[in-house]
Write a protein that binds this ligand. Structure first.
Ligand SMILES: [Zn+2]
Length: 616
């Protein structure tokens, strides 16, 4: 499935209108700028420039003024239509930490939606591999079916350079390819016309790396010395162990996996188990069918002498695979799965992958949100590795990994960010789901305490949205500040029912879709009837929090926002003995009477709105 199809399918407002094409470029060098946000203020509509700096603006907005901003560039305002939008780079705007980041061609090959990725739409993967556990060796092939979106003789897939490309077969013949770092450019002997559905078999082999945040492809052992093989390759890339289009915007509509492993072990992968076959050579083949689009980093193998138990949640199958010696502990701890699903389904809609079922699989690392095959390594204890994660005595009342990693089924696996720089769409929302779970179990006040406990982990040193198109995982603020940003938005909406139905609509609207932050802003603006852009800009593109400046006198208090976003405006709640008071500060001073309330009794609700206050 390809993001362009969704756009053409009518999701976006501009899909049916004729569009004028503009390009956003650097004033000095003329280089294209990806990720520039173009914003039509009267329409409350945001657009984003692609890897070529290209952005399509509906013709009907001609003679509208569009505001343009991009990281490290001075803001601009231009009138439509405009062929080229030139932005002036300003060193002073650079984030200090991001300034030190250096990106290579390898990062761009991996992170950008380049010409030879964009020219086709994935339809189907059929991954067939043998995992030779004794030799720590992989071999097999991936059948890749895709539809051409443009006429071309070349597509880009990816496979780490330490892995060997054995052959690429198209229409029964081996075809050529070239490799550049971890990218593989496949050269077809003929022009593939737009609309053509083509299929290749990509044969490969090699010794995959154990690398990255979670282990990549790891041949490990359990405490009894039995093999325990797993994949966990988010960020570093699924192409570390299998050939695929290693990016986020395009997912195959479905997938099959055939995993050959030593006969005394069990493989648990994603999707529905189709059965196993004895191959008669000491190996068995486990067959799995994934009935939905899937992130490539979610595709996984988990190989160990697992034992299995199961239950149901309504029509949904719940399957658990654990080490034999942990069976009793698992049966006890995994009771939390049902309360998690009940809570999340009530707040975010039905579990997104019912045909594939829900699985929880024991892993030797903390955990990962592999779609319909969540891995669990929290040691059958509550909290985060047993710790009180947000430090307010609530984390220890539930299993962080069951809740957080399963929350990703809605936020990350169903609703997926197109670019890694937009990863808050996964992690901010998913961290917020923890608060939702706490609210289901212990109520609103405890949920607020839980989420506010995250303040101690927030740095406010880099913006939540980092450099684009280079596969750079943003700051950890995307989790904790992301969650408190959503908590802030909830209180900006200030209507519990409206917020609840909005969140439900959000997950439904973007179900199994791949989106940018601009799509989120547009959805907020459209459904909640407010211009959220200044708030999103402040929390996602600025490192610092907005500061509510206050000047107290005997009779009144003056207030205003200090923010890096010139038109920043956001309501904020104040608690007084006489009741709650909603202020609407802007960048100019306003004032409100204190009516005899002392300064110490006039309390800004910083637990509802994640802001700083400063008394002048
Ligand atoms: Zn997460």
């Amino acid at each position: 499935m390809n993001v362009m199809k969704i756009f053409l399918g009518g999701l976006m407002l501009f899909s049916h209108a004729k569009a004028d094409v503009s390009f956003v470029v650097d004033l000095e060098t003329g280089a294209p700028i990806e990720g520039a946000v173009l914003y039509l203020k009267e329409q409350r509509l945001a657009f984003r420039s692609d890897v070529n700096g290209k952005v399509e603006l509906p013709e009907k907005y001609n003679s509208s003024v569009v505001a343009v901003f991009s990281k490290n560039y001075l803001d601009a305002k231009v009138e439509l239509p405009i062929r080229e939008i030139k932005l002036k780079f300003d060193d002073a705007l650079m984030n200090e930490i991001e300034r030190e980041m250096a990106f290579t061609r390898a990062d761009t090959l991996r992170g950008a939606q380049g010409a030879f990725r964009k020219n086709n739409d994935l339809l189907f993967y059929d991954l067939n591999i043998r995992v030779d556990v004794a030799n720590k060796y992989l071999s097999g092939w991936n059948t890749v079916r895709f539809e051409m979106l443009e006429n071309s003789q070349r597509i880009q897939l990816d496979l780490f350079q330490n892995m060997q490309v054995d052959s690429i077969v198209f229409a029964g013949k081996k075809i050529g390819f070239t490799r550049a770092v971890n990218a593989v450019f496949i050269e077809f002997p003929e022009m593939l016309q737009a609309g053509k559905i083509a299929e290749i078999d990509f044969h490969y082999s090699g010794y995959p790396k154990s690398d990255g945040r979670f282990g990549g492809f790891t041949f490990s052992q359990d405490s009894l010395g039995a093999p325990w093989v797993f994949t966990a390759c988010q960020n570093i890339g699924a192409s570390l162990w299998w050939p695929n289009k290693d990016q986020q915007p395009d997912e195959p509509d479905s997938m099959k996996m055939h995993i050959e492993i030593p006969a005394d072990l069990v493989d648990v992968s994603n999707g529905r188990f189709l059965g196993k076959e004895d191959l008669g050579d000491g190996f068995v083949r486990y067959n799995w069918s994934i009935n939905y689009p899937i992130n490539n980093y979610s595709v996984s193998v988990n190989i160990a002498p697992f034992v299995h138990f199961s239950e149901r949640f309504g029509d949904l199958t719940l399957d658990y695979y654990v080490q034999p010696y942990n069976l009793q502990r698992a049966k006890e701890q995994f009771k939390q799965v049902v309360s998690m699903l009940a809570c999340f389904e009530s707040k975010f809609g039905p579990y997104p992958f019912p045909k594939d079922g829900y699985k929880l699989i024991e892993a030797p690392y903390l955990g990962m949100e592999h779609q319909s095959a969540v891995t669990y390594g929290n040691g059958y204890q509550n909290g985060y590795s047993g710790q009180d994660w947000t430090g307010v005595g609530i984390s220890t009342k539930f299993d962080f990994i069951i809740v957080h990693e399963s929350g990703h089924e809605w936020f990350g696996n169903s609703v997926t960010a197109n670019d890694v720089s937009d990863a808050w769409i996964h992690e901010g929302w998913c961290t917020y789901t923890e608060g939702v779970y706490v609210e289901c179990l212990f109520g609103y006040e405890e949920s607020l305490r839980y989420l506010n406990g995250y303040k101690s982990k927030i740095k406010n040193k880099q913006p939540i949205i980092g450099p684009t198109a280079v596969n750079r995982w943003p700051t950890s603020d995307q989790y904790f500040k992301g969650a408190l940003f959503l908590n802030t938005l909830r209180h900006v909406v200030n209507d519990e029912q409206k917020w609840a139905s909005f969140v439900r609509l959000y997950t439904e609207h973007f179900k199994c879709k791949n989106i940018f932050t601009t799509d989120v802003v547009n959805f907020f603006n459209e459904r909640l009837d407010r211009d959220f852009m200044p708030i999103f800009r402040q929390y996602l593109y600025e490192a610092q929090l907005p500061v509510l400046q206050l000047k107290f006198s005997k009779a009144e208090v003056q207030y205003r926002w200090q923010s890096g976003v010139s038109d920043f405006n956001m309501p904020v709640m104040v608690r007084t003995p006489a009741g709650n008071q909603l202020l609407n500060p802007v960048s100019e001073w306003q004032s409100v009477e204190l009516n005899g309330v002392g300064k110490e009794d006039w309390q800004v609700a910083t637990d509802l709105f994640y802001i700083e206050t400063q008394e002048l």
